[in-house]
Design a protein around this ligand. Structure first.
Ligand SMILES: Cc1ncc(COP(=O)(O)O)c(C=O)c1O
Length: 408
């Protein structure tokens, strides 16, 4: 099977110059169909209808189905006010790592809030979700340790394990039978809670049973599940009724809460260990206090205004039904990420381009993140979409899909 452009340029020999020149040449002469869709510039923040500048310079308003800001609290007046007040008091940046001069009372309050939210003894904030996972995994694991990792886990989990030098054993997506057969005593098991390319959920109850049978350590990265899934958005482990049996919860502020940053929550000893050994916090400047203020306010809003979660659930159920009734395969998604299976990368690129022309902002899932024959559109629903907007989007998707052969 021919490799995609980005895979080929990743591996080309001939040193750095050879690789970079090859990519520049290929993109100039023969860019993939989906390439333009990766280079949209937002001219304002994420809203259901967002103003965008396309790579050719056109400015247009598009229906935003491509943001992870599921609750779309970015413009909530309380969030903006909290961030403004924090800016006046703390200024614009942290200027130091947390253990130097980077921890304010807002950071401490946020860590306490997150520990309470997850039902754990302690929590630790990272300046980004991706770098937090690098820190957690390379901080906890050493060469000689073994980690079992769902094959569809987020790249940051794979990268963190590789950085640690531990033995990495991927298991087929959600295949608990396989995992049970191969898992080793006192190893680590790592899984996304909600999978970002599939919208599927990890069977966290079964993962807990397997880890208990093997005296293993279970980490769940619920970046797309916290503040979306479970009672009051308490996450995928909560949905399966096993929140207290997960050894380490991991999440981000960048999805449902629409901000930036990551966090780990677990037993005090584990979190304290990470304060020293997770290099992406120890050697990296802290999250700005303004962001901590915005995240704290967003968490309060989710607690006090249940309509945001209610609207998100209404919208994702409605949109998934609209898509499936029109013949689309949404891969059985159970979350606010709704993939639409297309097939080849070429067909996906054509489909996405037509949707852009029709004013729909979408994302794609292509190789190497997914198999070459299972390329997909990745649509995200937000709490602030109206059913009318989603209904019209489904109509446009159907029309374009028929024109480019995605639907018969
Ligand atoms: C499961 C998972 N973990 C971590 C991350 C990285 O988070 P961030 O985008 O906040 O860096 C993502 C991002 O999509 C994710 O899906």
């Amino acid at each position: 099977m021919s490799r995609s452009l980005f895979e080929r340029c990743y591996q080309a020999g001939e040193g750095i110059t050879g690789k970079t020149e090859l990519l520049a040449r290929e993109l100039a002469v023969n860019p993939p169909e989906y390439y333009g869709g990766l280079h949209m510039t937002l001219l304002e923040g994420v809203k259901p209808i967002t103003r965008v500048r396309t790579p050719s310079g056109d400015v247009r308003d598009m229906l935003m189905l491509g943001s992870n800001s599921f609750l779309n609290l970015n413009f909530h007046p309380r969030v903006i006010e909290a961030e403004r007040r924090a800016a006046e008091k703390y200024g614009s940046g942290a200027g130091s790592p947390p253990l130097y001069a980077g921890t304010t009372d807002l950071h401490a309050e946020l860590e306490e809030t997150l520990a309470r939210f997850c039902g754990t003894e302690s929590a630790l904030i990272f300046p980004a979700g991706y770098s937090g996972n690098l820190g957690v995994l390379s901080g906890l694991l050493r060469p000689g340790d073994t980690v079992f990792c769902d094959s569809m886990n987020h790249a940051s989990l794979f990268d963190g394990i590789r950085l640690s030098g531990a033995e990495l054993i991927p298991y087929p997506h959600l295949n608990m039978k396989y995992l049970r057969r191969v898992v080793k005593p006192r190893s680590m098991i790592v899984s996304d809670g909600v999978f970002s390319m599939e919208g599927s959920l990890a069977p966290v109850d079964e993962l807990v049973r397997i880890k208990q049978e093997n005296d293993a350590f279970l980490m769940i990265d619920d970046a797309h599940g916290f503040w979306v899934m479970g009672e009051n958005g308490r996450g995928t482990a909560d949905l399966f009724g096993v929140r207290d049996s997960v050894d380490l919860h991991y999440g981000t502020f960048s999805k449902a809460l629409g901000s930036v940053g990551g966090f780990a929550a677990g037993r005090k000893n584990v979190i304290d260990y990470l304060r020293y050994y997770a290099r992406s916090t120890f050697f990296s400047s802290a999250l700005p206090a303004t962001t901590a203020a915005a995240v704290l306010e967003s968490i309060r809003i989710v607690r006090e205004e249940p309509e945001h979660l209610r609207n998100l659930k209404r919208n994702r159920d409605f949109f998934q039904a609209e898509l499936e009734n029109r013949g689309f395969n949404t891969l059985g998604s159970r979350s606010a990420i709704l993939p639409v299976l297309v097939g080849s990368e070429e067909k996906l690129g054509r489909f996405q381009r037509m949707l852009f022309e029709e004013g729909i902002f979408s994302n794609i899932g292509t190789t190497p993140a997914v198999a070459a024959s299972k390329c997909r559109l990745r649509l995200n629903v937000m709490a602030t979409h109206s059913p009318d907007q989603l209904g019209r989007a489904a109509e446009i998707l159907e029309r374009c899909a028929k024109q480019c052969g995605v639907l018969p």
